[in-house]
Design a protein around this ligand. Structure first.
Ligand SMILES: [Fe+2]
Length: 287
């Protein structure tokens, strides 16, 4: 199979074509996909109506899949590696405004990187579009954390490089008023720490590792740390660092969590169904 990589104008984001991902990959094709992902941060494949097994086989090329905590409002998904990113309840009906999972998923509208509350965190995420609103499907937006880091003045970079950040799912969910975690989940998901500045494995470029799960800075006054994280998020998600993905049905959207932030955007979720199937591969080691 020969693949074609077509970058978007800025170079942050690219379409990869020439592949039917229902067929098994081989090492050369995987290497070409990994190289495109490393270079462009976000890639998408059109017309990929994948089964769960096919999507799982794809993500396994990038690393071990992340198993999810079963308590996390995910009743429709039987496979422990998939998260139900939808506005549909356990019975297949559009969730009412006060549905618990609707509130939980609202936190995805904050800039974040997947699983940064875990150790090791996600490295690559793959999201398959099963059902989209017929009118105005909402974009998923991305921000390029390598370009943002490189745009900071060198003297500012120096003050940031040695900092460490506490990440926690309770920090991100409290922003939307969700606190209903049971004891088992709290044990499974203790707060964790990551460096503020990481080096991207594929490109060797440094980047900011922040987002909504980032709660505060180690050894810094909590309010001051929060303010610093907010300032860096605002800086690094400016329009010049962004790519907005315009969804089509059956898209497979794949992104590098180790050098990007993303967020969902609003749509009329009381009128239209939107069903996406999420899975991710984790880093091999703690970072
Ligand atoms: Fe996400």
């Amino acid at each position: 199979m020969s693949i074609t990589v077509t970058p978007v104008e800025s170079g942050f984001g690219a379409e990869v074509s020439g592949l039917d991902l229902r067929q098994p990959l081989n090492h050369d094709t995987y290497a070409a996909i990994e190289a495109a992902l490393s270079k462009h941060g976000v890639i998408y494949f059109r017309n990929q109506p994948l089964t769960e097994a096919e999507q799982e086989a794809f993500i396994r090329w990038f690393g071990p899949p992340n198993a999810l905590a079963r308590q996390m409002n995910n009743a429709r998904m039987k496979n422990p590696y998939f998260y139900d990113v939808s506005n549909v309840d356990e019975e297949g009906k559009i969730m009412m405004e006060d549905h618990e999972r609707r509130l939980y998923l609202k936190a995805n509208m904050f800039w974040h990187t997947d699983m940064s509350m875990r150790q090791p965190p996600a490295r690559v995420t793959a999201l398959n579009a099963i059902v989209l609103p017929e009118i105005d499907p909402p974009d998923t937006e991305f921000a390029d954390m390598r370009a943002a880091w490189e745009a900071l003045p060198p003297e500012r970079q120096k003050t940031l490089e040695s900092l460490r950040v506490v990440h926690s799912v309770y920090a991100s969910r409290s922003k939307v008023g969700y606190t209903n975690f049971n004891e088992e989940t709290r044990k499974l998901l203790p707060p964790t720490e990551h460096p503020l500045v990481r080096t991207h494995a594929g490109s060797g470029r440094k980047n900011l590792y922040i987002g909504a799960h980032a709660s505060h800075i180690v050894d810094m006054d909590e309010a001051a740390g929060r303010a610093l994280l907010e300032e860096l998020t605002e800086f690094s998600t400016q329009p010049q660092f962004r790519y907005a993905h315009k969804w089509q049905p059956q898209d497979l959207l794949v992104w590098d969590d180790s050098c990007t932030l993303h967020r969902s955007t609003p749509f009329d979720d009381q009128k239209f169904r939107r069903e996406l199937r999420w899975c991710s591969a984790r880093e091999l080691e703690a970072v």
